[in-house]
Every structure is written in structure tokens, then in C-alpha cells.
Design a protein around this ligand. Sequence first.
Ligand SMILES: Cc1cc2nc3c(=O)[nH]c(=O)nc-3n(C[C@H](O)[C@H](O)[C@H](O)COP(=O)(O)OP(=O)(O)OC[C@H]3O[C@@H](n4cnc5c(N)ncnc54)[C@H](O)[C@@H]3O)c2cc1C
Length: 403
Amino acid sequence: MILGLFTAVFGSPRVALERLVVVLMLAMTEDQVLLIEAAREFAESELLACDRAWDEDESSMVEVLPQLAEMGFLNLCISEEYGGLGCTYRTYARILHEISRYSPSTAVSLSVHNMVGMVVRDFALEQKKNEWLSQWGTPESFAAFALTEAGAGSDPGASKTTARKVEGGYRVNGEKMWITNGMHARWFVTLARTDQPGQKSGLSALLVDGNETGIGRDKILGKMGIRGSETAVIHYDDVFVPDDHLLGNEGEGMKACLSALDGGRIGIASQASGIAQACLDEMAAYAKQREQFDQPIANFQAIQEMIADSFTELSAARALIQSAADLMDSGDLEPAASAKAKLFASEAANRIAYRAVQIHGGSGYVKECRVEQLARDVRVTTIYEGTSEIQRVIIARDLLRGH
Ligand SMILES: Cc1cc2nc3c(=O)[nH]c(=O)nc-3n(C[C@H](O)[C@H](O)[C@H](O)COP(=O)(O)OP(=O)(O)OC[C@H]3O[C@@H](n4cnc5c(N)ncnc54)[C@H](O)[C@@H]3O)c2cc1C
């Protein structure tokens, strides 16, 4: 019956069948819908209070890693073959949105950990995949993505960290900066130069074991927001990395890292949409409860405009995220699709957080009020995993190539 309906819409039975397969593939199973709801309930009851406390004293979200592992959130996108939940990217994005709504710090930490899992899935040697991915859902496999250096931010090709070839592997030397999950991660995808003297083989991606001798970690303190998420400087002092920890081919590390970021940006966009959702929840509740001129401020058109604009922008952001996630699920994700989702969601979320503070008036300007924290947490979403300016470069390049 459904096929008949699709044939009537698409004309040809073959096209109808193809479309139906895609729709069925992308449809959420009942389990996935329940998982999203469980994520929301868990985040509200377990993470919100922690997130407020982490913001206060800059302690780390790693204290909730055991609960996150128990819920299956550490291996959401890892296939069932390796013991993961095998979620579609659409479901994954929705889960991050719900978690971010109550804890933006947990959302970014999970996003990075899951992104690294996908780099391992896509680029590790077959014989290592099972060993690593079967453990991915445990706190002991917590992972980080080490691309940025003090002198190589938007331009990771300028990385100076080196991986010198030695018998059986590499010796890594250098320093990575701003590394999320850096204080407790076991695994670090690390971009390093594998140029040999006299040749230019470029940059390679290695899975570095944080337990190896020579790894040093310094916590970056004093962040404006997402203060529960660890950010660290990682020092590599002649760290040994076995040959079979190479991800992809030698010299093709940028390919692995950039493809990771294509998916990662959907995660950051979802983090931003979750923060925007929290701001919208807060502004609507406050507008109905706060009275001025003998009536709720929600009655004033100026307030309604801010709420309406926020709701509309959030809906648009979520549509872009879903569209990019669906492309990821069907294997057709182009860099520009996740760049658009991240650019729009992060910038819209910043505007929405601004309005949330505005609607709260003076009350929104003190720590006691959650929107004060959300307005700080949201700021970084236009910066990490590629600034808004870099997203625009990716989007414009894509458009101009087609003209
Ligand atoms: C809290 C936090 C967590 C992070 N986590 C990680 C992590 O886990 N792993 C990791 O590898 N990195 C991480 N980063 C680093 C982050 O990805 C970089 O900060 C970001 O890519 C920008 O690099 P930069 O800070 O060196 O800024 P720069 O590259 O120096 O940019 C400065 C300004 O110049 C602009 N600019 C640069 N180049 C261009 C251009 N071509 N066109 C137009 N404008 C341009 C930028 O948009 C920006 O406005 C994190 C950063 C923060 C703050």
C-alpha cells in the first residue's frame, strides 16, 4: 500500500522503491524515540544540577561518565556489531540536543568522544577496530581530538607536532592546545607531521594512547562557558605510537580529521540548538510569570516578537541539523551541509541567548539565573570545530564550485 502511494507520487515504481528504502532507513525505530526521551529525562534529573555546580567551581563532567556509559551514551553511533547502540545520526543529533538543553558541557564532551569513535570506525585498521570499539562505551576509553596548536587553529595544515618514524612505530613530539576531554581522555586522535627528511609526506592521524610515557596534560582554567567540559594543553614528549595506530594512510591525516569534523559539526550544531531550546524554555516561563504594568510581560508585543523570532530560528536550525544528519545517514554528507547547520545553529543560538537575557531584565544578569550561564556557554559554539568564518568559506566554496 505504501509502495503504491509512493508510485503515485513519484511516477516510476523504481524511483518509488528507492525513496521508500531511504524513508524506512531514516525512520526512527520506537527504541530510538524512547532513547531520546530517556536522554531528556536523564539530563534534566541528573545533569542539570551537576552542570550548574561545574560552572561554579570548574570541576569536570567526568564524574558522570559512569552514568553516561550505563545509558549507552558513550557509544551511540558505534554499530551493534561492536556493542554500540547503532543509532542513526538523526537520533544521535536529537540526543545531543536534549542533553545540551540541560548540560551543554556534557553535550560537547560526548560529541567529541563519539566523533573520535567514528574516526576509529572509518580509518582504523580492521584488526584494531574490534579491540578499540568494543571498549568504546566504557569511561576508560574516553577520547579526545587533538588537532589545534597554538600556531595552528583555523589552519591545521600549519601543525608543527611531529611523528618521527622509528622501528615499529612513531615518536611523537609537540603540543596540542584547547583539547576537549584532554585531562582524562585515554585516546587522542593526533594530527602530526610525518614528513621525512628530503620528502614531503605531509600530516598523518595517529591514535595516541594517553597512558603512554611522555604525555603531559595541563588544564586550561578560566573559560567563559562550558566550564564543566575539560579543555587542556597536551604535551607529547617522545611518545611512542605503534604502526598499527595509524588512522588511514600515512600523509592522509587531514582527510581523516576533516571528515571527522564534517560529522562533528552536526554534534556542535545540536549542542547549540539544545542551548537555544533551554533559553526558549526559560524565556517563555519567565515572560508568563513576570508582571509589569499590572500584567505579564508576555502580553507585550515586543516580548512576543523576541519569543517568536527565537522559536522560528530554533526551528530553522533544527531543520538544517536534521537535513545534515539525514545526509550523513544516507552516506551523502557534503562538508557544506554540516557547515550550514553549524553556522546557522550556533549564530542563532547566540542571538536567542541574548534575547533570553533581555527578557529576564536585571534578573538575567546574575549567576543565580540560568540564562546568565547559557549566554556564556553558547558563545564558544561559533568558535570550535571551525569558526563561523571558516564555515562560510566551506559553504561559499561549495556554491562557487557549482557555478
Ligand atoms: C573551549 C574550546 C574547546 C576546544 N576543543 C578543541 C578540541 O577538542 N580539539 C581541537 O583540536 N581544537 C579544539 N578547540 C580549538 C578550536 O577549534 C579553535 O579555537 C578554532 O578552530 C579557531 O582557532 P584559533 O582559536 O587559533 O583562532 P584563529 O584561527 O587564530 O582565528 C582568529 C580569527 O581569525 C579568523 N580567521 C582565521 N582564518 C580565517 C580565514 N581564512 N578567513 C576568515 N577568517 C579567518 C577566525 O574566524 C577568527 O575570527 C577548542 C577551542 C575552545 C575555545
